[in-house]
Design a protein around this ligand. Structure first.
Ligand code: AMP
Length: 620
């Protein structure tokens, strides 16, 4: 691998560099190294990148570097498909702007109190991160002034397309100054997104980080899907039962190397950090200690671990997923040295699942799902170690006569059996590290599903290679099954006659109620109304909110479906069944509107002609 580019090579502003330093990033990720120079120079980019590649910083760092703090009208607008992503991106901006006094970023999304958004917009913000519906809403009201907008970012553009927002995105693009700089990020490049790029980006530099890499056959590759248990607990369980010699654990930041090393040391492992803040001598010393067995675990960043060649490294743990397949291959190549076999363990958060597939595809090797060791497994392991200790002591300790006499005397004086004495001693010995281990922190599947239900961002990534449509071979993602009894049927007062499309309805409900789109069940369009199956237990507040949400400029007026009403077109249906077939027509690309388009602020191009015309195939 060539010498890494450093953040300081990238002409970022001083305060931004300082903030990066504070966050602990050591070197730019590939997408950052490629995108930052272009964005700093004012160019457009088309970045094919998914969550986990560092794409947020790839646009936030250069745009913040160019920010004029004295100007209080929004200079940067980021459009994101979901409120969760909008919040995350806003938080990232805040983090990278920690050294910019008076900096303001505002996330705006549906379902959030309008008054507070209006107040903050009035007060002045530098960056707005919003979902398309709410951004349109503010543009129409005149509460969002984009006259001085310098840069526009479309984040997860393919998700916005999938959720039916593409018309809205184009409408917003039309309502921003033509002089703006545009950056579009998308994990996939469907035709419709390509069209947006052709129409709205200027000489965009295409950045695609993909490479085919090969990995040795002598390395067993497994992954653990982060859920229920936190990563540290998972790691310690693995450390308990995996027979390892030397181990390198990869994390993303320098800070994390130190923190994790301290935590592992506190748990009794001989571990040390290895990062770019350490001078050459210290780094060499750590590697030397690993080589000679004085140290078993090294927690490293990619940069610091470059070229480490230590034969006794039997395991590599990717505690934080690498940015791309190249880094992955480099990392796992630290094991399986000199013809030995090695094992690589990868932790994957649900939203990073896509990156896992990319790595698998690039390396052309399957990475298999591993189960975390259970309480029973760890217990068995500890008992084995314990009994082995007894055996070893009996074998190796030449003279135990002092203890024999002592205990014989105790046994006689107190009338207790040798077994009872041994049990008491065993109990004392294992008090610090109990032999019987119970893990209670793994949440039952049902509970996890409910929690995931609320985290919209996970939705897209858990959804497989194509964000949920193309399920791919792994079916371990939670998913509403057909015949799932935990659904209620609701009626909404928009239907075919109002030109509503399932995509509009999914987009509206997903964003306004915070229900992940994959949990939105069957949608049946009728002429004057529609029905939609939603998970049971939706709160009154959410329903009240949903009542007012508009699709095709009509409020949903959602209510529990109680069967046909006078004049309804319920052909051949009595009481609604709970059938959970696939959504009618799939999710199509209709535009969910949370208000009319009657008050354009800028040069509102003929909206009718601007319908994207996107009609995905059923399999889309
Ligand atoms: P993203 O792909 O934008 O969702 O970022 C994924 C994660 O990588 C986030 O937790 C970031 O904080 C982290 N990250 C981004 N850039 C870097 C970097 N250069 N070094 C270390 N971590 C980073």
């Amino acid at each position: 691998m060539s010498e890494p580019i450093l953040f300081t090579d990238l002409a970022l502003s001083e305060p931004v560099l300082k903030a990066i330093q504070a966050v602990g990033y050591e070197a730019p990720s590939p997408i950052q190294a490629a995108a930052i120079p272009v964005l700093l120079q004012g160019g457009d980019i088309l970045g094919m990148a998914q969550t986990g590649t560092g794409k947020t910083a790839a646009f936030a760092l250069p745009l913040l570097s160019k920010l004029d703090l004295s100007q209080n009208d929004p200079q940067i607008l980021v459009l994101a498909p979901t409120r969760e992503l909008a919040i995350q991106v806003a938080e990232a901006f805040q983090k990278y702007a920690s050294e910019l006094p008076g900096f303001h970023v505002l996330p705006i999304y549906g379902g959030q109190d309008m008054t507070s958004q209006l107040r903050q917009l009035k007060r002045g913000v530098h960056v707005v991160v919003g979902t398309p519906g709410r951004v349109m809403d503010h543009l129409r009201r005149g509460s969002l002034n984009l006259n001085n907008l310098k840069s526009l970012v479309l984040d997860e553009a393919d998700e916005m397309l999938r959720m039916g927002f593409i018309d809205d995105v184009e409408w917003i693009l039309e309502h921003t100054p033509a002089t703006r700089q545009t950056a579009l990020f998308s994990a996939t490049m469907p035709r419709e997104i390509r069209k947006v790029c052709d129409n709205y980006l200027r000489d965009a530099k295409e950045i695609k980080i993909a490479s085919t890499q090969s990995t040795g056959d002598n390395i067993e590759q497994v992954y653990w899907m982060v859920s229920g248990t936190n990563k540290l607990d998972a790691l310690t369980r693995i450390l308990e039962v995996e027979p390892f010699d030397g181990m390198i654990i990869f994390v993303r930041t320098k800070t994390a190397t130190v923190e994790l090393a301290e935590k592992l040391e506190a748990r009794g492992y001989s571990a040390s950090a290895l990062n770019g803040d350490m001078n050459q001598q210290l780094r060499e010393r750590a590697i030397d200690r690993l080589k000679t067995g004085k140290l078993d675990i090294v927690i490293a960043t990619d940069v610091a671990a470059r070229g480490i060649d230590v034969e006794r490294v039997s395991h590599v743990v990717n505690y934080d997923i690498p940015y791309d397949s190249e880094a992955y291959v480099h990392r796992i190549g630290r094991t399986g040295r000199a013809g030995r076999s090695g094992k690589a363990i990868l932790f994957v958060a649900p939203r990073e699942k896509r990156l896992l597939y990319t790595i698998e595809k690039a390396t052309k090797k399957p990475i298999t799902l591993m189960e975390l060791p259970s309480g029973a497994t760890v217990t068995k392991h500890r008992i084995d170690q314990f009994t082995q200790q007894i055996t070893d002591t009996l074998k190796e300790q030449a003279d135990l006569s002092f203890f024999n006499d002592l205990l014989a005397e105790y046994s006689h004086a107190n009338d207790v059996s040798p077994e009872e004495i041994a049990s008491a001693l065993a109990f004392l010995l294992q008090r610090e590290r109990p032999l019987q281990v119970k893990f209670t922190d793994i949440k039952p599947e049902r509970e996890r599903r409910d929690r995931d239900d609320r985290g919209g961002r996970d939705r897209d990534d858990r959804g497989g290679r194509d964000g949920g449509r193309d399920r791919g071979p792994r079916e371990d993602r939670p998913r509403r099954e057909r015949n799932d009894e935990n659904m209620d049927r609701y009626r909404i007062e928009v239907g075919r006659n109002h030109e509503a499309r399932p995509g509009d309805i999914v987009g509206a409900i997903a964003n306004e109620a915070g229900i992940e789109s994959r949990f939105i069940g069957h949608i049946k369009l009728h002429d004057e109304f529609s029905t939609v199956d939603l998970p049971t237990g939706i709160s009154k507040d959410t329903l009240a909110k949903l009542k007012k949400v508009r699709v095709r400029n009509r409020p949903l007026e959602i209510s529990l479906d109680t069967g046909p009403r006078g004049g309804d077109d319920y052909p051949g249906r009595g009481k609604p069944k709970r059938d959970f077939g696939p959504r009618e027509g799939g999710r199509d690309g209709g535009g969910y509107r949370d208000g009319g388009r009657d008050k354009p602020r800028f040069n509102d191009r003929d909206n009718a002609s601007k319908k994207s015309g996107y009609r995905p195939k059923k399999s889309d």
